[in-house]
Design a protein around this ligand. Structure first.
Ligand SMILES: [Mn+2]
Length: 386
């Protein structure tokens, strides 16, 4: 049998730092996933949670999502889907009923469905959905013993080790003797074992998400093959431009060439983040032009002439970089220990914030990640062993 393992689609998630309207660029990925499933003639599509970025996905995004599911229904491709910590199940959440080809896990418990495939083979698929933004215990013990069907697939949204996202161990998963574990939650495509994979997010949504993919999995009686496919039409790249020119004119040309060199070798839209190194005497002038947004505008215009869509996120000038008297590990520790609940106390006392549950563990984690990301952008660090 053949199936697509998809996770962490986050279909309604905005691109971080991109303010222009980009809904088509953000949602084309789902269209392409559906097309890929049809083209590869898969029996099944698995969506391993966080299909939406929030538990209140917009009506328009839901329509797009259901449209894709219906296309799969027309081709008799089955879908098994669960909800993760971001799109956890709430009352009055969805605007449509799932089409007949979709098995969506809606209850609190682990659910199993069995499919009879055109090939005559049979497969059992087991998984659970989140009903709140975190789950502090492992759910693996609730998964049934391996079925007598030809194949058994486990679908699990969670984190290896200890965390608030259904933490699990590899031993627990292995002990089930399933043919494949389709994991969700970690956005970087990761192979944990021969038959245990995070497929990763199909589309990066910020500078850190530089890799993306879905898994095309073939199961046979004798084994499995896993092919990672990158369907993303939008990618994120950090570019370091080591400047040599002595004048503003030369510098603009150097930056432009560095971007075009990458853009021309790719048919994807690239969101560039540019780090300029060795900025010379023209620094003051350059900074003014960067702060006003003029340089970004100019570089985008150059690339648009070549019909390559590029956006520039930020500039950092390395002459202003300072080394912090810390290693990266020490910074991590400091941020982990940061008592955000205390810092956010005045805010969390606000009734709107309370009513809408705006501050939860996910938000806390995201704030900490954002702080760490920004500090890493602005400073250099000591080597860990010094
Ligand atoms: Mn998740």
């Amino acid at each position: 049998m053949k199936f697509l393992h998809i996770a962490d689609l986050h279909l309604d998630r905005a691109f971080e730092g991109i303010t222009a309207d980009n809904l088509p660029e953000r949602t084309i990925i789902w269209h392409d996933i559906v097309a890929s499933a049809i083209q590869n003639q898969v029996d099944l599509v698995i969506l391993a949670g966080d299909n939406f970025h929030q538990s209140r996905p917009s009506f328009m995004i839901q329509k797009l999502f259901f449209d894709g599911l219906k296309k799969l229904e027309e081709k008799s491709i089955a879908v098994f889907l669960i909800f993760g910590n971001h799109d956890y199940i709430r009352d009055n959440q969805l605007i449509e009923t799932f089409p007949s080809n979709v098995y969506a896990v809606m209850g609190n418990a682990v659910e199993t469905t069995t499919l009879k495939l055109n090939s005559g083979e049979s497969v059992a698929i087991s998984g659970f959905s989140y009903h709140q933004p975190w789950i502090s215990e492992s759910r693996v013990s609730e998964f049934p013993a391996r079925s007598t069907t030809d194949f058994h697939i486990g679908v699990y949204h969670g984190e290896l080790g200890s965390s608030n996202y259904a933490p699990f161990t590899l031993t627990e998963l292995n002990d089930k003797n399933y043919d494949y574990w389709a994991l969700g939650h970690i956005h970087v495509p990761t192979r944990l074992a021969n038959n245990i994979y995070y497929s990763g997010t199909p589309l990066g949504h910020n500078r850190k998400e530089t890799s993306s993919g879905v898994n095309l999995v073939t199961l046979t009686k004798t084994g499995l093959s896993v092919e990672a496919i990158d369907l993303a039409k939008v990618i994120w790249r950090d570019v370091v431009v080591n400047l040599h020119a002595e004048s503003l004119e030369g510098v603009i040309s150097e930056i432009n060439q560095a971007i075009l060199a990458l853009a021309e070798s790719s048919d994807q839209t690239i969101f560039f983040s540019i780090l300029l190194e060795h900025v010379g005497d023209y620094a003051d002038e350059l900074i003014v032009r960067i702060q006003s947004g003029e340089l970004q505008e100019l570089l985008s215009a150059y690339t648009k002439q070549r019909v390559i869509k590029i956006k520039i996120l930020s500039f950092k000038l390395d002459q202003f970089r300072t080394e912090l008297p810390l290693s990266l590990t020490e910074l991590n520790n400091l941020i982990t220990q940061l008592d955000l609940e205390k810092v956010l106390l005045p805010l969390s006392n606000n009734r709107i914030v309370q009513d809408k549950h705006l501050i939860d563990d996910t938000v806390m984690t995201e704030i900490k990640q954002a702080i760490e990301q920004q500090i890493q952008l602005d400073f250099d660090f000591k080597e860990a062993n010094q």
